[in-house]
Design a protein around this ligand. Structure first.
Ligand SMILES: N[C@@H](CCC(=O)N[C@@H](CS)C(=O)NCC(=O)O)C(=O)O
Length: 90
């Protein structure tokens, strides 16, 4: 894992009934990557944060918080899976 990766905190905005989310959750499990799970249905604050940042509540979304205070938001399950695999391989 690279420096940027080790200093970053990952959070996944998701809900259980979403098949795209399940795909991402499965990969997180397989890779053993540390990701905080933020269920947008059981915790309204997570959904509000997501909509505030992205303008819509579509999930899954991966948020990366870097040590320097910057955050990046990534939607699209296929992109998230590819990104997680990249982190794991680095
Ligand atoms: N192409 C997207 C599809 C994501 C998607 O359709 N998510 C649904 C749940 S499975 C959703 O959040 N729908 C509610 C909304 O868009 O507000 C992906 O692969 O991540």
């Amino acid at each position: 894992m690279n420096d940027r990766g080790t200093q970053a905190k990952l959070s996944l905005y998701y809900y259980d009934q979403c098949s795209f989310c399940q795909r991402v959750l499965r990969v997180i499990d397989e890779l053993g990557v540390e990701v905080e799970l933020r269920n947008v249905l059981t915790t309204p604050g997570h959904r509000e944060e997501l909509i505030g940042a992205r303008g819509r509540g579509t999930v899954p979304v991966l948020k990366t918080d870097f040590a320097d205070g910057r955050s990046e938001w990534m939607g699209e399950s296929a992109d998230i899976v590819e990104h997680l695999n990249t982190l794991r391989a680095a």
